[in-house]
Design a protein around this ligand. Structure first.
Ligand code: CNA
Length: 272
């Protein structure tokens, strides 16, 4: 379906106050330029690099039932997945700028790198729908595990095990694996989506439920904007859908230019 809107329309609606409640859904694509590969991009994505680990299927590495008996592949790649000292991208800074301008109604991120908060998005405006790397527990008995020992495990690639003598569970970062439930707040927070007057989706293949379903909850008639390398989900099915295909960093710069926010955006990013 041909779109009724373009990027200039979006910028105009934000500038003239027609848009004040933006709900954003982000995925791995907004962090690739920070040096964290996504999962599914051919050649560069993680799933194309797992052959040496001889997994039954690529997602097994992040599946709780596989991890529960074979945690070694996860720790073999943990070091290169761990956010460490990454700098947020300008796309993260754009989200922080939306918050600063009181336009960010809510952000759902599927990312586990925590870069939204590092960029300055207030924590009460974000749901880390797939958890984060900042803490870890025994997958089996849920006992806590110290950060310093986890850091060593990630550096060495050795699987860390529960410190309780009677438990033999491997330690898992508090990220949501396939087969695990999302944080309980997800159900509550998704009620923010129909409240949006603009839905922005950035850097996600929209292949992982239930986040992939969030754009469908946007009210009919409001613009839904996809900023991504490729068209994903059901984008293009509604007249008010706009797909801006390309690098999200380039695209947020273009939008910032049209909004007259470019210097402020670059300044905010520089300070992260
Ligand atoms: P995905 O399935 O790998 O899709 C990424 C999408 O982003 C694809 O459609 C790409 O075309 C697109 N993309 C890649 N780079 C760019 C770019 N520079 N500009 C615009 N678009 C780009 O990842 P999803 O997030 O959709 O899948 C959800 C998984 C991925 C979640 O469980 C995450 O935890 C997991 N993940 C997170 C991270 C992270 O925290 N940084 C990294 C990799 C995977």
């Amino acid at each position: 379906m041909d779109s009724k809107i373009d990027i200039q329309t979006i910028a105009d609606r934000i500038k003239n106050g027609q848009v004040t409640r933006i709900v954003v859904l982000t995925g791995a694509g907004i962090s690739t330029s920070a040096g964290v590969p996504d999962f599914r991009t051919p050649n560069t994505g993680l799933y194309d690099k797992l052959a040496p680990l001889k997994l039954p299927y690529p997602e097994a590495i992040f599946h709780i039932s596989y991890f529960s008996h074979t945690p070694e592949p996860f720790y073999a790649i943990a070091r290169c997945r761990h956010p460490g000292n990454l700098k947020p991208t300008i796309s993260h800074a754009f989200l922080a700028l939306l918050a600063k301008k009181n336009l960010l109604h809510f952000l759902f991120t599927q990312n586990i790198d925590g870069l939204e908060e590092d960029a300055g998005v207030p924590a009460d405006k974000v749901l880390w729908a797939h958890g984060n790397w900042k803490s870890q527990h025994c997958w089996k008995c849920k006992a806590e595990y110290p950060d310093d020992l986890m850091k060593t495990a990630i550096q060495t690639g050795e699987v860390p095990y529960c410190l309780r003598p009677e438990c033999d569970g491997a330690i898992k970062p508090d990220v949501v694996f396939f087969g695990q439930s999302l944080p309980a707040e997800f159900d509550v927070k998704q009620s923010h989506v129909p409240e949006a007057d603009l839905m922005l989706v950035m850097g996600t293949s929209l292949k992982v439920a239930p986040c992939s379903q969030l754009p469908r909850l946007a009210k009919e008639g409001i613009p839904r904007v996809l900023i991504n390398m490729e068209r994903t989900g059901d984008f293009g099915n509604r007249e008010e859908d706009l797909c801006i295909l390309g690098s999200c960093d380039d695209d947020v710069r273009q939008l910032a230019d049209l909004l007259g926010w470019r210097d402020e955006l670059e300044g905010l990013w520089k300070d992260t």
